[in-house]
Design a protein around this ligand. Structure first.
Ligand code: PA5
Length: 432
């Protein structure tokens, strides 16, 4: 079976072999430190061997809980923000049909909340829940995140009104810290079913813990295949050569480009289902690298849509960016262009061609045009849209950002900067 691949042809004249060899020297030392868990932030590297060490009993518990929810609920709402939201959202968007919640066959419909403070969003969600059996999963490692906690309080009251206080116990699952935080306290007091977020796994690295796995399983996705893909890449990304370790190759290239003033990375995909994989990636890279006044700014584009909006600035604007394309090699379905007699739209030259063939040519043309326009780029090819390859991709990006952050001289596993707005917001809100 072919793995996910990283292709770097369009780095010619931007990154040399000698530069790669030079940067690989400190990388070897960092590799050793990571492996021994002796690097900065080493109390948060539990994700490193998570795919190969996740207990089977936990996987079974998640699957059984998910099966129960699938039976019981018409609507499932996953509450969480940041790392307690994006992994599951990315997976579900990537693997489920584009309009899954519109399909009759889809049960339960899966929605997300607690990742914003919009009253209208919640009101609209309640409209969807009307006369439906609802089950929720509240996810918060700290157990105190304002967005999630506020929305949980409102939804809990909504459920109590419908089902009565005593009957909501089996409609709420909490994923939180083993012993700390308000959510843990409440779950224990109320007797909710809980899953534990490991102490040594930070939010943005937690997709393969119950944080991501429960909502993903409720959506009917094979979590064992996801874990297996990640476990296979755990092995592959443990190699200490650049050619056999795509994560280290990616980390080395982006580090060298950053040193040359390429301070923005655009993750560009050609499949709308990848939009939230990009959002997950943005958090992973932004929160891991962006500190001490350093870091590549992670941006994303959805092509070909954004070629008609951001294409101009990428092709011709300030040359401070590089691009990483995410391309799905084989689509699951075909849609070919029909031949028509009158050919009024002039499209008969494409007759018989599949849309994905045209999409592929759009990618090839874009990568070549951007390269010639001064935007170095590389491509990650995902063989197919399935959980196994997504598992590979998740692990690849996680391992790469650890290396990349450590190479930059920052602790990739903390996020001190996110506290600043909270302090000001709490002051404005009059938090005691
Ligand atoms: O990566 C992180 O640590 C953050 O994005 C958190 O996941 C996010 O702030 C939510 O935190 P919590 O799970 O504590 O509610």
């Amino acid at each position: 079976m072919e793995d996910m691949k990283l292709i770097t042809n369009n780095m010619r004249n931007f990154v040399s072999k000698k530069e790669m060899d030079d940067v690989f020297r400190p990388m070897k030392l960092i590799h050793g430190a990571l492996k021994k868990k002796e690097c900065p932030g080493n109390d948060f590297v539990g994700w490193l061997d998570l795919p190969s060490t996740i207990p089977l009993a936990l996987v079974k518990d998640i699957e059984q809980t998910a099966a129960k929810i699938r039976k019981q609920a018409d609507v499932f709402i996953s509450l969480g923000i940041g790392g307690s939201y994006l992994g599951a959202k990315a997976t579900i968007e990537f693997l489920k049909p584009a309009f899954a919640n519109e399909l009759k066959s889809e049960k339960p419909k899966v929605y997300f909340a607690g990742h914003n403070l919009s009253a209208d969003y919640l009101t609209d969600l309640f409209a969807v829940c009307k006369n439906k059996k609802v089950v929720i999963n509240v996810i918060s490692k700290s157990g105190t995140t304002t967005e999630t906690a506020v929305v949980f309080r409102i939804i809990k009251q909504y459920l109590e009104k419908i089902y009565g206080k005593k009957k909501i116990k089996d409609k709420i699952v909490c994923t939180t810290d083993e012993s700390r935080g308000a959510l843990r306290k409440m779950a224990d007091e109320e007797g909710y079913k809980t899953f534990i977020i490991p102490d040594d796994v930070g939010g943005r690295f937690s997709v393969l813990t119950p944080v991501g796995l429960l909502p993903i399983a409720v959506a009917g996705i094979d979590i064992r295949a996801l874990i297996k893909g990640a476990a296979d890449f755990e092995k592959k990304c443990n190699n200490v050569t650049l050619n056999s370790n795509p994560a280290y190759k990616y980390a080395a290239i982006r580090h060298l480009l950053y040193k040359k003033g390429k301070v923005i990375e655009i993750l560009s995909s050609f499949h709308p289902s990848l939009q939230y994989v990009s959002e997950w990636w943005k958090q992973l890279y932004g929160e891991s690298e962006g500190k001490n006044k350093k870091g590549v700014f992670p941006a994303s584009c959805n092509f070909t849509t954004d070629l008609h909006s951001l294409g101009q600035i990428i092709q011709d604007g300030r040359r401070n960016m590089f691009e990483t394309f995410l391309v799905v090699d084989k689509s699951a379905s075909r849609q070919s262009v029909p031949k028509v007699k009158d050919n009024l739209d002039g499209l008969n030259y494409l007759a018989g061609k599949d849309m994905e063939f045209i999409n592929r040519k759009a990618y090839e043309a874009t990568s070549s045009a951007h390269y010639e326009g001064g935007v170095p780029n590389m491509t990650i090819f995902i063989p197919k849209r399935n959980p196994y390859y997504l598992g590979q991709l998740f692990y690849f990006f996680e391992k790469a950002v650890a290396m990349s952050g450590l190479l930059l001289g920052v602790n990739p596993f903390n996020q001190p900067g996110v506290e600043a707005y909270k302090k000001k917001m709490f002051k404005l809100l009059g938090k005691p």
